[in-house]
Design a protein. Structure first.
Length: 117
């Protein structure tokens, strides 16, 4: 299983970015996909999650600003980020949960988002 996140960069406060994460897998059934973020010196926190059935969960801090989605084939998970704030500055990591007997989580490599004030 391979995940490739991209789309990070430098953006001014109030701006937007869209992060895609391309997923390559050859077995296992999809349980969920999503994004975490980790700022320097802080723990990795959930940003958004989308289940195989399309149900979404968002961190309170991003509700109404960020939207998670997938393509029809569920080979790419997107994070649309609007109204960005300096406190959104983090490395963003995508993940996928696959059922292979047990549920196993796989991570992408992370993409840095920097929001300037």
């Amino acid at each position: 299983v391979q995940l490739q996140a991209s789309g990070g960069g430098l953006v001014q406060a109030g701006g937007s970015l869209k992060l895609p994460c391309a997923v390559s897998k050859n077995s296992g059934s999809l349980v969920a996909m999503g994004w975490y973020r980790q700022a320097p010196g802080k723990q990795r926190d959930l940003v958004a999650r989308i289940s195989s059935g399309g149900a979404t969960v968002y961190a309170d801090s991003v509700k109404g600003r960020f939207t998670i989605s997938t393509d029809n084939a569920k080979t790419t998970v997107y994070l649309q980020m609007n109204s960005l704030k300096p406190e959104d500055t983090s490395v963003y990591y995508c993940y996928i949960d696959l059922r292979r007997g047990a549920i196993i989580r796989y991570w992408g490599q992370g993409t840095l988002v920097t929001v300037s004030s």
